[in-house]
Design a protein around this ligand. Sequence first.
Ligand code: FES
Ligand code: FES
Length: 190
Amino acid sequence: MAPATASAITLKINGEHHTLTVDNRTTLLDALRERLGLTGSKKGCDQGQCGACTVLVDGRRTVACLQLAVAAEGRAVTTIEGVADGEQLHPVQQAFLDLDGYQCGYCTPGQICSALGVLDEHAAGWPSAATGDVRPEAGPPPLTPEEIRERMSGNLCRCGAYVSIVQAVSQAAADPARPATGTDPKEPAA
Ligand code: FES
Ligand code: FES
């Protein structure tokens, strides 16, 4: 019997279930963009190098061009289309608008999804390569521009809007109204 080359899967995207049959080699990015019409996640390099395709899978940053769609089954995927609460922008989105954290906007969905991951990782006490004292008892380091630049370094911006992006992430980090991303923004974190 020939090996199966396609699979019927159900993906949970932004709190909604989508059932589709995909070639087993289909990436999550292509499933989102080409099959589900969720074109907010961008394809830049398609090689895991630029971060334009960043989404959150179970609340963690993932480059969707390197994740197979079949491997995302049963997990909570958040794309840029699911970040706002209806008409209410997420504080990270608002900060990008307020501070012009973009020019052409191509990298922006990935930047925003990545920033959501950064803020949760920082709140959870994860150190970065820029963290001076990584002892657990030292707690989360101040989210300095250096920390933000390092933590966002997987997201490239061809327009060079980095100064404003760092400012936007910093503003969002200081926003007391910022909801935790958790494992799925549509559901309270466990
Ligand atoms: S398109 Fe996925 S990292 Fe560049
Ligand atoms: S705003 Fe143009 S690539 Fe970043």
